[in-house]
Design a binder for this molecule. Sequence first.
Ligand SMILES: [Zn+2]
Length: 317
Amino acid sequence: MAKFSRYLILLLLSACSPVNENSNSFANWMKQDDKIRVLTTTAIVQDLVEKIGGDEVKVISIIGKNQDPHSYEIVKGDGEKFAFADLVFANGLMLEHSGSMQYQLKHHENVCFLGDELFKKVPDEIITVNEQLDPHIWMDVSLWSKCIEIVLEKLSEKDPGHKEVYKKNAEEAKKEYALVDSEIKAKMDEIPLDKRYLVTSHDAFNYFVRRYFSPKDELENNFWRVRMQALQGLAPDEQISVLQIKEIVDHICKYDIEVIFPESNLSKDSLEKVKEACERRGRKIRLAKSTLYGDTLGGKSYLDMMVYDAKVLEDNL
Ligand SMILES: [Zn+2]
């Protein structure tokens, strides 16, 4: 975009924007200075880029803190953000699968799809569900930590003058991630193995369960997959069928599951239906009072969200 039109838009923005937290941060992001403008699709990716970029980069996220990333469609104003971004980070692995989002991502000259880069580095660690790659890679802190190197490489390439700062931030982030990863592992190890079953609204917790619920032998015999069942698949945008409810109720009865977990950004209605179906079969089950964060941070930092989820599981299982 020509410098002149950028300047005009900046003028218009400063004249018309209402004063609130979001417009302030967007206005700051648009301000002309020597910092690079980074756009991320989700708040989870934003949290990671901010950790490594520190004070040297300005980062905003397209998808709001409680919005579903799978189905998010581009709205008025998002196109401008893409136009002004020096660098874009997306989760990738088709998490952001709406047509309008894919269009923007495919037409920006500098987009990094973290999950796809991760898949090139460690293909065996990416989970496949019904022949689709599972995009919820942040749910295993040790795996998400491997994206630090990818972000570091991209930021250093775009802004070599601050390479050393990014490197230092990345080293600190790796240590912090490793600490939280081992804390969650230790916490989940305290839950009896026969209680470590997770039933949720959609299939967001496969990485969590593989990393934190399952002993080594289950990684080889694939039993860890049984520990995670959801009503809906990798994306929560399909209609729930009677058969899906029956299958999940069968699973609950077979493994003596006592509690099911709603997710913060999804309706509890479908899980209420599961509860009713269980009761009709004479099986008592409860919905956890606290919701899990699967696809959103709800205003928390990424690591706080992971620790929070672990606490909800520890308190309820
Ligand atoms: Zn999801």
